[in-house]
Design a protein around this ligand. Structure first.
Ligand SMILES: Cc1cc2nc3c(=O)[nH]c(=O)nc-3n(C[C@H](O)[C@H](O)[C@H](O)COP(=O)(O)OP(=O)(O)OC[C@H]3O[C@@H](n4cnc5c(N)ncnc54)[C@H](O)[C@@H]3O)c2cc1C
Length: 163
């Protein structure tokens, strides 16, 4: 496994306008597919290497579907039809709007246009009790944690001696 310092974004220089999209969810992917490589170089960053169909996350959490039924590799969604498209599975940590650069865990990149499509976070409305005792359901790892808890609870219920 390489150290992050040994990696670089490796995005080719271009004379076209560079559009950097942060987030390969519904918003980011739909926009990236609509931008013409005749005019733009499109760079997509996502901290995950897959696009998820979150409306079916409940089905993964309840073991009705496996994770790969609702997740598709981002790289696979952009085949050779997208010639000047570059996906990198990296987390964006900082944006400098004056310098027009984004910082990722493996380096910086200059942009002409920046799209932030990073979705949302679970909102507990300031209630620490709910945050402590509940399970969030926004991402695949959340669904797998919840699934594990549900299945363990059923197994324990099946073995309980308390009527
Ligand atoms: C359980 C569940 C059920 C839902 N059901 C429905 C429904 O029935 N109907 C409906 O219309 N909507 C539904 N939604 C809402 C819908 O999924 C969202 O509105 C939609 O996914 C938002 O799209 P988005 O592109 O804004 O964000 P997302 O799809 O969340 O994508 C954001 C992307 O940004 C990436 N990202 C975030 N931060 C960074 C970073 N710093 N660096 C790099 N990448 C980053 C994430 O990895 C993610 O891939 C549901 C959502 C959930 C969680």
């Amino acid at each position: 496994m390489l150290d992050l310092q040994e990696l670089s974004l490796n995005i080719p220089d271009t004379v076209k306008k560079r559009v950097v999209i942060v987030g390969g969810g519904f918003g980011g992917v739909n926009l990236a597919k609509k931008l013409s490589d005749k005019y733009f170089q499109v760079v997509l960053f996502d901290r995950q290497n897959y696009h998820g169909f979150w409306p079916l996350l409940y089905q993964v959490a309840t073991a009705a579907l496996e994770p790969d039924a609702i997740a598709e590799p981002l790289r696979k969604m952009f085949d050779e039809e997208y010639k000047d498209f570059h996906f990198r599975p990296v987390r964006v940590t900082h944006i400098d709007p004056q310098a027009k650069t984004v910082t990722t865990l493996v380096g910086d990149l200059a942009y002409d246009y920046l799209i932030i499509a990073t979705g949302t976070k679970t909102n507990y409305f300031g209630n620490e009790q709910i945050k402590h005792f509940s399970f969030p359901l926004k991402r695949l790892p959340d669904a797998l944690n919840l699934r594990s808890q549900l299945l363990q609870s059923f197994e324990q219920a099946n073995m309980t001696i308390n009527e």
